[in-house]
Design a protein around this ligand. Structure first.
Ligand code: AMP
Length: 570
């Protein structure tokens, strides 16, 4: 059975499968590879994912959710009607959509996937990702760090590169990793990053400038209107990737406002964001004890690396000998590598001999009696990895030692993430510091922490896996049966629903005269959807689509009408 690779992104998600020597991207119902990681819950509890949900940001803002990846593994609840959802449940809807699209594309059931996560995801967030997969009916034992996936893709395509830095700036996070590739080995030497730095922050900079320049304040607008400003900021930002200045008209209520900016101004306004980008680069070099000259190449990936200001900034901080290579298709890099990782896991095809090693993105250790943290496995140790340290009694005649296990980088144990505790007793009474126990931590590439505490012949064994996962097995089973009752909007009807939602959004965004035309065509379309023949529905669809395209000032592309569309039978 096929094992697919999934890039579960903050902004967009993609699925792919490696076969016949390369990764094939899996198209969604619109024939596109990127599915926006946006979920909207309809009044009957029906679930919309992707492009349709994106339109519903404006028409159904209180029940439309995005960027929930940032809250994976937290207790945040997203309220929609009389139900609330955790981030892993919203992610599970995205995964369900991708799974269904993959089944449709491959013509067989898909029950297993390798999923990518930011390198800096801690254990809670990784567990939440696995749970999201389970809720979507997918087994995802193997998670792969996003930069490792990019490294894998690049190593597969070039045998010249030796040491390179992957700089991945996505919608919400920055991941930087230092990778060494030789022969059939891809080894991640160090990772660093910023969980709160991405394209979204540039949109916010542009939106703030817009309010400021027009003498407005965000608070005076509804959530839907603020969404319009952010969407226009996103469009303006993309225009600035093509030219040095950009201008858009933003309609809020009955008024039109101007949003404009030059590249120069963006550099100036985003100076602090740009400055934050050099820190993780410095950190990966330090952590792997390398100097900046040792990096042969910096690969710029992630959608936001398309921004010229980002490219220029990274070039300006790199050494002369280091090449800066913007990825040709940054949105597809991760999924290409994840699908390859799935093939490596399956040991199939030409990838069966590739060895992918990974590193531990955080330290794992125990609390000492004075409350400080003693790491046993250090951040950036290569996985799988086994380390042993011995700890001694701190009181006379002490016969038990309790190991409180944490992950994190703080010297104060309690400031790190608590994973659990392991007690060993039966230690022979002796003066303090004379007796003790050795603690062996084995951490593997699947995130399983195996702990063995040993005193003389006596060993206590514990496996810490998915410990603090937010949801217990029982809760997970209950949520699963609840979610099964909620259906995903059927993909066959998606294009109709998308158009209706787009028309509703345009209705909210435009003035009186245009509104009347939209309302009229939308009503005709909905009537045909309810009672018309397939032919009548298509005719109404085309009329409404042309109107929407005209209002948005788009060139009409006949790509919308692919063959399958005309082939639909009455
Ligand atoms: P990713 O999470 O890697 O898919 O990246 C998504 C981010 O890339 C979003 O914040 C987008 O705004 C940004 N992005 C995509 N294309 C462009 C572009 N042409 N110019 C600027 N930013 C872009």
């Amino acid at each position: 059975m096929a094992v697919i690779g999934i890039d579960l992104g903050t902004t967009n998600s993609l699925a792919g499968i490696y076969r016949n020597g390369h990764t094939e991207l899996i198209p969604n119902a619109f024939g596109e590879y990127l599915t926006p990681s946006v979920v909207s819950i309809g009044p009957e509890g029906e679930i919309y994912v992707g492009k349709i949900a994106q339109e519903m940001r404006i028409t159904n803002p209180s029940c439309t959710f995005l960027e929930f990846k940032r809250d994976m593994g937290t207790d945040r609840q997203y309220r929609a009607g009389n139900r609330s959802y955790r981030a892993e449940e919203l992610s599970s809807f995205v995964l369900r959509r991708l799974k269904e699209d993959a089944e449709h594309y491959l013509g067989e059931p898909v029950t297993e996937a390798v999923i990518s996560v930011p390198a800096y995801f801690d254990d809670d967030k990784r567990c939440a990702t696995r749970n999201a997969a389970r809720l979507a009916g997918l087994k995802a034992e193997r998670l792969i760090n996003e930069p490792s996936a990019v490294a894998l893709k690049h190593h597969g395509m070039s045998d010249v590169m030796e040491t390179f830095i992957v700089f991945d700036l996505g919608g919400g996070t920055l991941d930087v990793s230092l990778v060494e590739a030789f022969d059939n080995m891809v080894e991640i030497r160090a990772v660093a990053g910023d969980n709160y730095l991405g394209g979204k922050d540039f949109n916010e900079v542009i939106a703030r400038a817009f309010y400021e320049k027009n003498g407005l304040s965000a608070d005076q607008f509804s959530a839907g209107e603020q969404g319009i400003v952010l969407r226009e900021a996103e469009r303006l930002k993309r225009m600035l990737s093509e030219s040095n200045e950009a201008r858009r008209t933003v309609r809020l209520g009955d008024r039109d406002y101007v949003m404009e900016m030059t590249s120069q101004e963006l550099v100036h306004r985003a100076a602090r964001l740009l400055g934050r980008m050099s820190e993780p680069i410095r950190k990966v070099l330090n952590d792997s004890r390398m100097s900046p000259e040792d990096a042969d190449c910096v690969i710029l990936t992630g959608g936001s690396s398309r921004m010229p200001v980002v490219r220029e900034y990274i070039k300006s901080i790199c050494k002369e000998k280091t090449r800066v290579e913007p990825d040709d298709a940054p949105e597809e890099s991760i999924v290409t590598g994840v699908a390859m990782a799935a093939a490596i896991r399956e040991r199939t095809g030409d990838l069966k001999d590739v060895i992918l090693s990974d590193i531990c993105p955080f330290s794992l250790g125990v609390e000492l009696y004075d409350g400080t943290f003693s790491p046993i496995i250090e951040r950036n140790d290569t996985l799988p990895c086994s380390r042993t340290k011995t700890y001694y009694t701190y009181q006379d005649r002490q016969t038990a030692l309790e190991f409180q296990v944490y992950q994190g980088e703080s010297l104060i144990a309690a400031e790190n993430l608590f994973l659990g505790s392991v007690l060993i007793d039966g230690i022979p009474p002796a003066p303090r510091g004379k007796e003790g126990a050795s603690a062996t931590f084995l951490y593997d590439i699947n995130g399983i922490l195996d702990i063995r505490i040993k005193n003389r012949g006596h060993t206590v064994h514990r496996v810490m896996l998915n410990r603090r996962m937010g949801l217990s097995d029982e809760e997970l089973a209950a949520r699963l049966s609840q979610l099964e009752k909620q259906s995903l909007h059927p993909s066959g009807k998606e294009r109709y629903r998308l158009l209706a939602e787009r028309a509703k959004r345009l209705y909210m965004e435009t003035g009186a005269q245009t509104r009347e035309r939209i309302a009229w065509q939308l009503r005709l379309f909905e009537e045909q959807l309810a009672t018309g023949s397939a032919k009548q529905i298509r005719a109404a669809y085309v009329r409404l689509l042309l109107l929407c395209e005209q209002i948005e000032g788009n060139q009409i592309t006949f790509g919308e009408f692919d063959e399958s569309f005309w082939e639909e039978k009455d």
